[in-house]
Design a protein around this ligand. Structure first.
Ligand SMILES: Nc1ncnc2c1ncn2[C@@H]1O[C@H](COP(=O)(O)OP(=O)(O)OP(=O)(O)O)[C@@H](O)[C@H]1O
Ligand SMILES: [Mg+2]
Length: 324
C-alpha cells in the first residue's frame, strides 16, 4: 500500500455477537486514506462500509466490538486508544456525517446550539459564545444555507433533507478536521440536490486541504468525485486503486459485475445485467473467497482464504486470478 497514509487500516475485524451467531460485519479490512485525497468506498448494502468507519471513530456500540486489527492515524493506533482520547480526536481530527441526518442530529436542540456546542467543545470555550455563534453563521453561509442568522434558531425537523445534510457537514467541518468521512451523504436526496451537496464537499476539501472518504453504493457518484476507490464485499475490501483505472479495467469479478449492472452515459444502449445470486450471510462464513458462489470464474483455487494482492500501479484485488 502507498505510504505515508493519513489513515491506514490493517486487518480490521469488527464483529457483532447476536443471538443468531457472530455477524462478521468487517472481517479483515485493509484500507489507506492518503493526505488530501477523496477516497470512494463502494459496496452493496450490508457490505460493512458504515461499520468500518464507525470503528475508525470508536463509535461501534455493543454487541459490536473491534476484534482485531490496527487503525493508524497520526502515528497512533485508534483501535487501542482510550475512549476519552478518541472522543477528543472525533470532530477535531476526524469528523463524520452520518448516513441518516435526521437521527444523527439532536431533535431537541436548535441547529445553532448544536454547531456552537461543537465549536466550543473543541476550542475548550476559548472563543466565547458570541465568537462561536459568529463562526456558526459564517460556516452555514459557506455551505450555502440561505439566511443563516435566522436559521440558527430552527430545529432539525424544520429543514429539508438537503439542508439537513448541509447542517451535518457544517458541524463536521466546524473544527477543520484532517479527515471527513461522509457516509452516504446524498442517498435520500433528489439528483440536483445530490450534486450540490457533493460539490460542496469537494469545494470544502480543496479549501481546507482535508481528505474525504465518500461512502456510497453509487459507483457513478464515486467515478465523478473520487481520486481512488475501494470496493467492499461481505466485510472485506475486494479491490482498490485509482478510480479511473479501476473503472476502465476492473480486476475483481465483483467490480466487473457491479459495472455491468449500471448504465453508462457513454454507452446507454449497453444491456444492464445485475449480479446473479445473493450477498452471503455474514454468520458462519466459510474460509473461502466470499464472492465464490456468485462468481463466473469460480475454481478450486478459490476455496481458501484469499488476500488482497498487488494488481498493477497502486492497485489491489482479492482474487486468485490476479496471481495467475
Ligand atoms: N448492531 C448490529 N447488530 C448486528 N448486526 C449489525 C449491527 N450493525 C450492523 N450489523 C450488520 O453488519 C453488517 C454491515 O453493516 P453496515 O451498516 O456496515 O453495512 P453498509 O455497507 O454500511 O450498508 P448500507 O449500504 O446499507 O449502509 C450488516 O450485515 C449489518 O446487518
Ligand atoms: Mg451504511
Amino acid at each position: 500500500m502507498s505510504d505515508p497514509a493519513l489513515l491506514a487500516i490493517r486487518g480490521l475485524r469488527t464483529w457483532f455477537t447476536t443471538r443468531q451467531g457472530v455477524v462478521k460485519a468487517v472481517d479483515g479490512v485493509d484500507l489507506d486514506v492518503l493526505p488530501g485525497e477523496c477516497l470512494g468506498v463502494v459496496g452493496e448494502s450490508g457490505s460493512g462500509k458504515t461499520a468500518t468507519f464507525l470503528s475508525v471513530l470508536g463509535l461501534v456500540k455493543p454487541p459490536g466490538r473491534i476484534e482485531a486489527g490496527q487503525i493508524i492515524f497520526g502515528g497512533r493506533d485508534l483501535a487501542q486508544l482510550p475512549a476519552a482520547e478518541l472522543r477528543a480526536l472525533r470532530g477535531r481530527d476526524i469528523a463524520i456525517t452520518m448516513q441518516d441526518a435526521l437521527t444523527a442530529l439532536n431533535p431537541a436542540l436548535t441547529v445553532g446550539e448544536q454547531i456552537v456546542e461543537t465549536i466550543r467543545a473543541h476550542d475548550r470555550g476559548v472563543a466565547g459564545p458570541a465568537a462561536a455563534r459568529a463562526r456558526a453563521v459564517e460556516l452555514l453561509r459557506l455551505v450555502g444555507m440561505p439566511e443563516p442568522e435566522r436559521r440558527l434558531g430552527d430545529y432539525p425537523h424544520q429543514f429539508s433533507g438537503g439542508m439537513r445534510q448541509r447542517v451535518m457537514i457544517t458541524i463536521a467541518l466546524s473544527c477543520r478536521p484532517k479527515l471527513l468521512i461522509a457516509d452516504e451523504p446524498t442517498t435520500a436526496l433528489d439528483v440536483t440536490i445530490q450534486a450540490q451537496v457533493l460539490d460542496l464537499i469537494a469545494t470544502m476539501r480543496r479549501q481546507l486541504g482535508m481528505s474525504v472518504v465518500l461512502i456510497s453504493h453509487n459507483l457513478g457518484v464515486v467515478a465523478e468525485y473520487c481520486d481512488r476507490v475501494a470496493l467492499m464485499y461481505a466485510g472485506q475490501v475486494v479491490e482498490s486503486g485509482p478510480t479511473r483505472a479501476v473503472i476502465a479495467a476492473p480486476r475483481h469479478p465483483y467490480t466487473q459485475g457491479l459495472l455491468r449492472s449500471m448504465p453508462l452515459l457513454s454507452d446507454p444502449d449497453r444491456p444492464i445485467r445485475p449480479i446473479a445470486g445473493q450477498v452471503p450471510d455474514l454468520i458462519d462464513l466459510p474460509e473461502e473467497c466470499r464472492f465464490l458462489p456468485r462468481c463466473p470464474h469460480a475454481a478450486d483455487a478459490c476455496r481458501h482464504d484469499i488476500r488482497l494482492l498487488p494488481a498493477g500501479a497502486g492497485r489491489w484485488a482479492r482474487c486468485v486470478r490476479i496471481a495467475a
